[in-house]
Design a protein around this ligand. Sequence first.
Ligand code: TXE
Length: 479
Amino acid sequence: MIIKNYINGSFLEPTLGNYIDNYNPSIGEIYGQIPNSTQEDVAQAYQAAKATFPSWSNTTLEERSAILSKIAQLITKKLEVLAEAETKDNGKPLSLAKTIDIPRASANFQFFANAITQFSSEAHETVGVNAMNFTLRHPIGVVGCISPWNLPLYLFTWKIAPAIAAGNCVVAKPSEVTPMTAYLLGEICNEAGLPKGVLNIVHGLGNTTGQAIVEHPNIKAISFTGGTKTGAHIARTAAPMFKKLSLELGGKNPNIIFADCDYELMLETTVKSSFANQGQICLCGSRIFIEKTIYEQFKKDFIQKVSQLKVGNPFDADTNIGALVSKSHLEKVKSYIDITEEEGGTILFGGKKVTVEGSEEGYYLEPTIIEVQNNSCKLNQEEIFGPVVTIMPFETEEEAIALANDVSYGLSATLWTNNLNRTMKMTKQIHAGIIWVNTWLLRDLRTPFGGVKASGVGREGGFEALRFFTEPKNVCIKY
Ligand code: TXE
């Protein structure tokens, strides 16, 4: 299958005619090609977006909202096709794509279809001097949205939906590793009656196509989700051009477990927060800290539960853990497992590549539990982004807080306890953008989403996203 760029409502070949291979990670084979777009393709996408901006930014909210709702409905209608495309491209279990990824992509459009009708700005009366201020919130113009491969359509739409809801036109690039559902989204947008040029999708590599979007002088805002190194590079490129930036980057999230928690619920949820999507979610709790009094019990029960997970072809109904996204990513994750001993750790479970019958060339890895001696080892400091977690005991609340914060990232944290005072104290002191208490990945799309420290800048979600994709202007009237 050869896919094309989606520019001005049409499917176009890249101007230079260059393509790159697209792999199916569950069998390790090339199954398609995608454009390796250049600056010219990005410029073409920009021109289409620019030409449409005056009319799109002047559509009524009702009109915009209705089109976004229609896109949401069509995503739901095509759930099976989209889920299968996502699984083939990414290697994630089909059951996950069907229940999480694709429903959430639809929810993103429906949420912002509703949110834009409720978005408002402020007025400030300057009492005593007869002056009235009000804030206008203009769409920015043409904005860039760049997304990663772990939750392909889910994260792509998480940016595009608020951008176009707010009246912007978009030049977007999905990850070159997982381009398929973004390609299908172009067809859906046409079917939903989204005016041509509102959304333009260019495919290609990060350092060429992505870089061209970030460097484009008139693409005024960049919303990016991906690796921290890439985020830093994008920030360096965009800063001298004074672009608005939203960066959602990596995480090395603590999962802190106290003895007073609801043990069974914690255990079941911890298996998910460790290994869902092969551990390739920026919110996974990859550093597990357990109160010493229940450490041995937890170790035994956790290993037992994890040993029941089935690694297999993602299209099989009973598969819990599918393939990692690419061969190079599998090698990266494995390289961390290989340094366990020199980093003072012990592999308690897993650690090896898996050969799946009938899919022998696929990129499979056992869910892996490593016991570490301290938090300063590489396994606890660097984002592995695969099915690998570390475990380590702690004794006091203060120690748990120190361990949680002793890392360069600050995306999310999970806390398991039924002690209210401890909950309040710890949620205030942990450096993270999101903290879950007695749950994990429970999402309300109105809430601010993003991290601190090396996990990025800015927040997505709810009105935060609509604020990012609009430019405030204060008007002061003296009367
Ligand atoms: O991501 P990249 P990679 C982490 C995870 C992973 C590491 C590297 O630890 O192992 O990052 O993954 C585009 N200008 N996360 O290298 O490169 C790229 O084409 C503009 C965490 O695969 O950051 C893709 O569309 N764009 C993360 C997107 O950036 C550029 C999810 C993300 O790819 C670019 C993924 C450039 N110069 C990886 N270079 C999370 N936060 O969830 C690349 N891109």
